[in-house]
Design a protein around this ligand. Structure first.
Ligand code: ACM
Ligand code: ZN
Length: 707
């Protein structure tokens, strides 16, 4: 009897219920009992469901597979019922069978994703063994939005095809159905074109001797890649098998610096004034007045339309520097001839011309929200509202099918807390903040909400303050679990869970799934407290805590509060399988110091950006009027000896990573007289951990900074 009870308990812990599925299912009736999937079970599929059956076979080791509409007891049956809504599905599990029926291939695929989440998490590692138990239930589920998207920027940071496929898998597990593929930008062109091979062979590689300039790191290394047409077709097919449509984006007429570097003739006909831009030619906009440009765009679209099956091609339209059209005599003549009121209407003209080309190849345009500002574009244009919820409302009210993705909730390149990697120009937010996004609370009326066409998250990859921005780990950490929140919003709409309910499912069930999916996701930051000589840390998600003493570099498992007289050297981090949190310290640890300092240099200094700017600790920068030569230095002398854990010495423009001192070192003085060399510059910067109070610090160049 005892043994039997133990067996029942073990079984119970293996069975996940529909309530644990992310995103939440619409309606479920839990029934008593369970179904056993055994080595005798057959995978039985209707002919139209063959693709889904083959997909499922990758995760479950069926011995028998057959095409039929009839199942025997013990079998799993896949079918399609066109009377259901396309993406709707019904998943019925009784003691005899599992049946999944979808309104289309996509609906059935969604049902299979729900089933996978109800199985032990090992299915995601493709390590599940039969028999498997699954709880009886009857689920009827459908998405709130037919567009549930994610935008991946592979232009700024090159991501090879196999990694793109991995993200397609991860999106599919969360019932996303669109991959918005940002394939071109100022820093790269990633598509092989047979008619213009140089776009990819030159534009795919930035840095080193390439005319395409890098935006971050690897400045002296030529680096990148592009997708062959064969690889792109493979990605499209791989995604389609996973119910994901790939929408390519060619970002025009702005964001085209890479192309302009290869073909300067696409740019406007004026000589740029580079004196105000530190010698950099920032022109990145296609001239709207050159007929040859539209011929070139037709070449691009002709080839794209043979690769991508989506009826849409995203043609950009964001952040166009209108000043370039203002300075261009040809664009000004065009404006006059066509009776265009302003430069925004020049953009309308450009997009309308491109729309005509798209129509020739059976495609429709999609644009970022600025694309409609001229007011002339046809209402068939799909609009992506990224700048604000106000822009999304303007687009929906003007009658455009609108994808909602304001940066404050959906830009996954933003930091998740103030001390983490990422940008912060839109906001600093975590998965909780993303889940809180609510169209009604953002001021949208019910009729406006009804016009929203979809939800999208994005990852723009112009990354400059990250240790290893090209790694899976970096991207995983930025995306998950925030993308789980996006999945919940996009699938459930107004019936999404509260954060408390969602977080419970996330930590209790979905953490294990994500570990088996191989995602290096982010854990919530440990809460660290220091009082009366006791330093303690807590987490609320079942993860394991570690602490590190930064003086010794030693890391230990945290089991109980630590007694210490100074909390400023200890940091905590939690881990769970493939996931980790950031390192976190007490409030004292994170205090930013602004000690009085006198700055001097061996170089001549700009009167407009004097050295005193540095001593004020504002965003204002100091600038020298020439590049550094070998032996040049900048010195920071503290008025009082400075005690601190960490100093980040960084040269160059913090946001653009330009003007870096690439070759040099940092030396420090503990007595104000003697200096010792302590760190070499990497990417123009160094992190120091002084062991004693510091009198002064010097950055010294060992080569010309413009060499
Ligand atoms: C964008 O972030 N420029 C669409
Ligand atoms: Zn022009």
């Amino acid at each position: 009897m005892k043994l039997r009870l133990l067996f029942m308990m073990l079984l119970a812990t293996r069975i996940a219920f529909a309530g644990s599925v992310i995103p939440k299912v619409e309606s479920e009736r839990a029934e008593s009992g369970h179904f056993s999937l055994t080595t005798k079970s057959a995978l039985v599929y209707a002919p139209e469901a063959r693709g889904v059956a083959m997909y499922l076979l990758e995760y479950l080791p069926f011995k028998q597979i057959l095409s039929s509409s009839k199942a025997m007891p013990g079998d799993l049956l896949l079918g399609i019922n066109p009377r259901m809504a396309a993406e709707q599905y019904r998943l019925t599990i009784d003691r005899h069978n599992i049946r999944i029926v979808g309104g289309s291939y996509g609906g059935l695929f969604n049902g299979v994703q729900t089933l996978l989440q109800m199985l032990p998490p090992e299915v995601y590692g493709k390590r599940a063994r039969l028999p498997l138990e699954v709880a009886c239930c009857d689920i009827l589920d459908a998405p709130a939005y037919n567009y549930r998207g994610f935008m991946l920027d592979v232009a700024r940071t090159w991501i090879p095809a196999d990694r793109v496929k991995r993200y397609i898998d991860l999106l599919a597990y969360h019932k996303f159905n669109k991959l918005h593929f940002h394939l071109t930008d100022d820093e790269g062109w990633r598509i092989e074109l047979k008619s213009h091979p140089e776009f990819a062979t030159i534009g795919g590689f930035r840095g080193g001797d390439s005319p395409v300039h890098p935006r971050y790191a690897k400045f002296d290394e030529k680096w990148g890649g592009y997708y062959t047409q064969e690889q792109l077709r493979d990605i499209v097919a791989y995604a389609a098998a996973r119910n994901i449509e790939v929408i390519p984006e060619i970002d025009m007429p702005g964001h085209s610096k890479a192309l302009g570097a290869i073909h300067p003739d696409i740019l406007c006909n004026y000589t740029p004034d580079t004196s105000t831009t530190n010698g950099l030619d920032i022109r990145n906009v296609w001239c709207a007045a050159k007929p040859s440009n539209y011929a070139l765009i037709e070449d691009i679209i002709r080839e794209l339309s043979t690769i991508f099956t989506s009826e849409y091609i995203h043609i950009g339209g964001d952040e166009v520097s209108m000043s370039q059209w203002r300075k261009c005599p040809d664009c000004q003549r065009l404006k006059e001839e066509k009776g265009l009121k302003n430069e925004a209407q020049i953009e309308d003209y450009f997009i309308a011309e491109v729309t005509n080309i798209l129509a020739k190849y059976g495609k429709k345009p999609a644009v970022w929200n600025e694309g409609i500002e001229g007011g002339l574009l046809p209402k068939t244009t799909r609009v992506y509202g990224w700048q604000s919820i106000k822009k999304c409302r303007e687009a929906t009210n003007a009658g455009y099918p609108t994808i909602v993705m304001p940066g404050q909730y959906f830009y996954m390149d933003m930091k998740q807390s103030p001390y983490e990697e990422g940008h912060n120009w839109a906001a600093i937010f975590d998965a909780k903040q993303t889940l809180s996004f609510d169209l009604a609370k953002q001021g949208m009326s019910q009729s406006e909400i009804a016009k929203v066409a979809g939800i999208e998250a994005s990852f723009f990859s112009e990354i400059y303050i990250a240790n290893n921005p090209e790694s899976n780990d970096y991207l995983d950490y930025m995306l998950f679990p925030r993308l789980c929140s996006v999945a919940e919003i996009a699938w459930c709409g107004e019936r999404k869970r509260s954060w408390e309910e969602f977080y419970k499912v996330l930590t209790t069930n979905h953490y294990d799934r994500m570990c088996n999916m191989g995602i290096a996701f982010r854990l919530q930051t440990p809460r660290v407290e220091y009082a009366d000589g006791t330093l303690s840390a807590t987490v609320d998600d079942g993860s394991t805590l570690y602490y590190k003493d930064e003086r010794t570099g030693r890391t230990s498992r945290y089991t109980k509060p630590l007694t210490c007289s100074d909390s400023r050297h200890i940091v905590f981090r939690s881990q769970y399988g493939t996931a980790h949190s950031r390192w976190a310290g007490s409030n004292e640890y994170h205090k930013m110091l602004t000690p009085p300092v006198v700055v001097t240099t061996s170089m001549p200094v700009s009167q407009r950006s004097p050295l005193e700017n540095v001593a004020k600790y504002t965003n204002a920068t100091a600038r020298t009027t020439r590049a550094a030569h070998k032996g040049d230095w900048i010195e920071y002398r503290f008025t009082k000896p400075l005690s601190c854990q960490e100093i980040i010495a960084q040269t160059g423009h913090i946001h653009l990573r330009r003007n870096l001192l690439l070759s040099g070192y940092v030396e420090v003085s503990y007595d104000g007289k003697c200096f010792e060399r302590t760190a070499e510059l990497v990417d123009g910067g160094a992190v120091l951990r002084p062991t004693k109070p510091l009198h002064a610090l010097r950055i010294v160049a060992t080569d010309r900074s413009d060499a």
